[in-house]
Design a binder for this molecule. Structure first.
Ligand code: TLP
Length: 345
């Protein structure tokens, strides 16, 4: 039997409808702008997020980096939270490849950056200072338990950015999860932003790809950045075809993943020795209480033997992620395995 894989929503395999669309996809050379399926995906993405233009990229990491390279020059500064994916898990690409300096602020538990902290971080016009160019947010906020940022908060940051002549980028890898959780259209969540990256390859189930959206001039610049990063893909319509199905068919069902995450959280909370953090979307963060003898990697190994994959984050903490391929029966089996490992062992 296939394992119940709760390590991430990145493990999602394409749906049968996606495979069919991929097999039938019309293709051309996308570096020449001639792949009709990529062009269709980009137009659809721009329309869904109410931006002028869009760019298909191989990954969220590249989408964020291409955005930062398009917004900032070498030596410029980007204001970013200390728990954001771009700071923690993208190898410092902004600094390594872009010469962009991160100006780190503390992410609050609700995933926000305090407005006063942002305002205080903006540099004045002085030859001693780097130039502040950009504010970067993340929605949903992965490391802050998958919490969605509200349109009201984002509007406030957007206003602050405009007031200081700064750009606003949103890492919206899971923006459609945020939209589902808040019951709003995704475009209202990104309206104040100059650019947004979202992932097709996570909860939306496409095998590969993300889309970066923004103004036509910004996307032209980001297209250059994608090329120098090695992300100019040729007959990429094969992949974009799955992305179109992802956007047309998979966004409205994300609420089901959120309901399964709640179900998992409630079941875990009832098992002695487990503490569960609040759940907002499809990410369930939980920890082993201090009394237990087993470490998180030991528990994860015992679960894997029982056909359940969950990522330990350190000695005590885990993250479990629900997605299209996790149904209620899978949650029930995962909970039974956890009970077996922690209580019956
Ligand atoms: N996140 C992955 C891992 O890299 C941690 C995961 O399993 O959650 N932004 C956010 C908020 C993300 O969560 C991720 C991936 C990315 C960007 C990067 O996307 P990819 O993996 O397509 O480069």
């Amino acid at each position: 039997m296939r394992p119940i894989d709760l390590r991430s929503d990145t493990v999602t395999r394409p749906t049968p409808e996606m495979r069919e669309a991929m097999a039938r996809a019309e293709v051309g050379d996308d570096v020449y702008g001639e792949d009709p399926t990529v062009n269709r995906l980009e137009a659809l993405a721009a329309e869904r997020l109410d931006k002028e233009a869009a760019l298909f990229v191989p990954s969220g990491t590249m989408g964020n980096l291409a955005a930062l390279l398009a917004h900032c020059g070498r030596g410029d500064e980007a204001i970013i939270g200390d728990r954001q994916h771009t700071f923690l898990y993208e190898q410092g690409g902004m600094a390594a490849l872009g010469g962009i300096m991160p100006h780190l602020l503390s992410n609050q538990p609700d995933g926000t950056l305090r407005l006063a902290d942002i305002a205080a971080a903006v540099r004045g016009d002085d030859a001693h200072f780097p130039r502040t160019r950009l504010i970067a947010l993340e929605n949903t906020h992965n490391a802050c338990h998958g919490v969605p940022l509200t349109p009201e908060y984002t509007a406030e940051v957007g206003a602050l950015a405009r007031c200081h002549g700064l750009r606003l980028h949103i890492d919206g890898a899971r923006i459609f999860n945020a939209a589902a959780a808040l019951n709003v259209d995704a475009h209202t969540l990104v309206a104040p932003a100059d650019s947004v990256t979202f992932c097709l390859s996570k909860g939306l189930c496409a095998p590969v790809g993300s889309v970066l959206c923004g103004s036509a001039a910004f996307i032209a610049e980001a297209r250059r950045a994608r090329k120098v990063l090695g992300g100019g893909m040729r007959q990429a319509g094969i992949l974009a075809a799955a992305g179109i199905v992802a956007l047309e068919r998979m966004t409205d069902r994300l609420r089901e993943d959120h309901a399964r995450a709640q179900m998992l959280a409630e079941g875990l909370a009832a098992i002695p020795g487990i503490e569960v953090a609040p759940v907002f979307t499809n990410l369930v963060y939980f920890s082993l209480t201090a009394e237990g003898a087993q470490t998180a990697p030991e528990v994860a190994a015992a679960l894997a033997e029982r056909g359940v994959l969950i990522g330990p984050r350190d000695a005590r903490n885990f993250r479990a992620v629900t997605h299209y391929w996790i149904d209620a029966a899978a949650i029930t089996r995962a909970l039974a395995a956890m009970q077996d490992v922690l209580v019956s062992a």
